[in-house]
Design a protein around this ligand. Structure first.
Ligand code: MRU
Length: 331
């Protein structure tokens, strides 16, 4: 098997290695993800995360499982359980449906990986055209190389604009409760040398009011046929704030994130996670252990709040989305 060489995955010919994202930014620890049961556990605890990457990683794990001699029954069972490991990101289901029917699982997983790299390039190309020299850009969660096989979705667009020499400044939401912005996006931005400031989620409205942000770019875990989309909880609030302040707001996603079977956002399943994630992080706790909490991992932003959706194959504005452009132009 060719190596799945990306920021968060590696393959040495026999073993699939996964960068444990729960330990970033303090330690870069690589875990063995060759066995689908280990991969399922890693996906559930967000050691591997980001909609495109979980599809790619699950496919690579299944391919390694097949390479090691899994029976047809074992392969099919693992494929089914992997498919259900996280309910909102449709890329995982899309990848598992491809792997289920694959005659050569290793070649199929490699094709899924390479396609994701190309899709990131497409999003970066189209999205970077929107960004003007001197803009302040606000982003949420982590949508970069740690969330995809390539350079990322929203963060890939930002990276490409920086590489083009545009003088941008990124504001990264820390992203409560699991802090993907603080732990992962800040880590990636530093590695890439992109000027950036980390803020808590509750500071975004002030930044928008003060004119520090000219554009908001976010990822997506599932785009419905009408352009409503699910992304990390807090995205909907950003969209409302951006609209109030007249700032353009763009979800960025590959076509594998579009679910034409979902007519609108109300049909997107939203993962609810462990209540303990709201009361603390790791060994640190800031609320009484029995405090009731609510922990939806994603929210849905209605298409009316979207300025345009950046896909790998082009940019669609809200009017185009509402008139059915996704159903007409996607396979
Ligand atoms: O729970 P996570 O960390 O997997 O959530 C990730 C996001 O919400 C991203 O914005 C989304 O997966 C798209 S990024 C490529």
């Amino acid at each position: 098997m060719n190596p799945f060489d990306s920021l968060g995955l590696r393959h040495d010919g026999r073993t699939l290695w996964v960068l444990d994202q729960t330990q970033l930014p303090d330690a870069e620890v690589w875990l063995d993800g060759s066995d689908p049961s280990a991969m399922i556990a890693m996906i559930k605890r967000l050691a591997v995360r980001g909609a495109p990457l979980i599809g790619v990683a699950a496919a690579a794990s299944l391919a390694t499982f097949a390479q090691r001699g899994a029976s047809a029954g074992e392969y099919a069972a693992a494929c089914g359980v992997l498919r259900a490991a996280r309910p909102t990101a449709v890329n995982l289901m899309w990848a598992m449906d491809r792997m289920k029917g694959a005659t050569d699982p290793v070649a199929e997983a490699q094709a899924i990986f390479e396609e994701d790299v190309r899709l990131c390039e497409g999003m970066a190309r189209h999205g970077a055209e929107l960004i003007q020299d001197g803009e302040g850009l606000l982003t949420h969660c982590n949508t970069g190389g740690l969330a995809t096989a390539g350079i990322g979705t929203a963060l890939g667009v930002i990276r490409r604009a920086h590489e083009q020499g545009k003088r941008i400044h990124v504001y990264a939401d820390e992203t409560r409760p699991l802090l993907q912005g603080g732990r992962l996006t800040a880590w990636e931005l530093k590695k890439l040398g992109i000027p950036a400031t980390l803020i808590t989620d509750s500071m975004a409205a002030l930044l928008l009011r003060d004119g520090k942000v000219q554009r908001v770019l976010v990822g997506s875990d599932r785009v419905a046929a009408n352009g409503d989309f699910a992304n990390k909880v807090g995205t909907y609030g950003l969209a409302v704030q951006a609209r109030h302040h007249g700032v353009p707001f763009h979800p960025v996603a590959p076509f594998s994130t579009v679910d034409l079977a979902c007519p609108n956002g109300a049909a997107i399943p939203i993962e609810e996670r462990d209540q303990a994630e709201v009361r603390g992080y790791g060994t640190l706790r800031w609320a009484p252990t029995d405090t009731p909490t609510w922990n939806p991992s994603f929210d849905v932003t209605p298409v009316e709040l979207v300025t345009s959706l950046v896909l790998d194959r082009g940019v669609f504005n809200a009017a185009e989305l509402l008139s059915g452009a996704l159903s007409q132009r996607l396979p």
